[in-house]
Write a protein that binds this ligand. Structure first.
Ligand code: B1M
Length: 212
């Protein structure tokens, strides 16, 4: 467990190179990628989140911690997304307009890939038109949207409405998530699925494609 503690500390102490090194070391010591992810990377980012909330650290520090988290994620990504069979469904994911948070959304994307989905990641600050263009281009089974700040929550609803207005709503299932999103809100805005975290996002997606 020492290496996972070192990994967590590399994030808390803003050291991207060390985060990469300890992720590789944890793999070499035989830890499974999901455990490295949850105990090392998410563990570190949770501490950073608490400090940010209490104004003990500010945006620049959070950005370096996020960079450290991504350094570890880059190592784990190919392992988490290894797919041995035909995809069980196609998902496009994106963080909604005006929202730049992508760590959680990227985790969800990786876990979905690991569960056998083909994932098209549209990135951050994705406006409704971009979601619509991607639905037309990729014809996914599911559109997954992430919102991390209360001020961007409305874009979840606005994007669903926009998809409806262009007549594509019955062609795709919509799944939403992100820290301020609740299941109740998801239902209220007409989403088909909701994930509290990456694991429940995978469960929800499997249900939506009838694979659960
Ligand atoms: Co910002 N930020 N941030 N931030 N940031 C929060 C979200 C905040 C809660 C911090 C706080 O004040 N307490 C707060 C929002 C408050 C609110 O809405 N009421 C906040 C704020 C205010 C802001 C700015 C406005 C700050 C400013 O500039 N003054 C600004 C906004 C920028 C913008 O988006 N336009 C801002 C900026 C940033 C950074 C750029 C510095 C950085 C983002 C870097 C990046 O993502 N590349 C950042 C970060 C890192 C955070 C915190 C510290 C951590 C977020 C995170 O990565 N968590 C966050 C505080 C916190 O969460 N405690 C905070 C770890 C991640 C694994 O969890 O993202 O929740 P999460 O994802 C989970 C679930 O939510 C779920 O599964 C994931 C994995 O388990 N999930 C889904 C996510 N998407 C899903 C989709 C699904 C299903 C499940 O289906 C499709």
């Amino acid at each position: 467990m020492a290496v996972l503690e070192d990994l967590k500390n590399a994030i808390i102490t803003y050291k991207p190179a060390k985060a990469k090194e300890y992720t590789l070391q944890a793999l070499a010591e035989g830890y499974e990628p999901p455990q490295i992810l949850s105990e090392g990377l998410i563990g570190g980012m949770t501490v950073i989140g608490d400090k940010f909330k209490r104004n003990q650290i500010y945006v620049p520090e959070v950005l370096i911690a996020a960079k450290a988290t991504h350094a570890g994620l880059d190592v784990l990504k190919p392992l988490l997304s290894e797919r041995k069979t035909k995809p069980i469904g196609k998902v496009i994911v994106g963080t909604v307009k005006d929202d730049l948070h992508d760590i959680g959304k990227n985790l969800v994307a990786m876990m979905l890939e690991g569960a056998g989905f083909e994932v098209i990641n549209l990135g951050v600050n994705v406006d409704p038109d971009k979601f619509i263009a991607a639905i037309k281009e990729y014809e996914p089974d599911i559109v997954g949207m992430s919102s991390l700040i209360t001020s961007t929550l409305h874009w979840l609803e606005d994007t669903i409405k926009a998809i409806q207005e262009v007549g594509l709503r019955d062609k795709v299932k919509v799944m939403v998530g992100g820290a301020p999103v609740t299941e109740e809100w998801a239902l209220q805005i007409g989403a088909d699925g909701y994930g509290k975290d990456a694991t429940s996002a995978v469960e929800a997606a499997r249900k939506l494609v009838g694979a659960a």
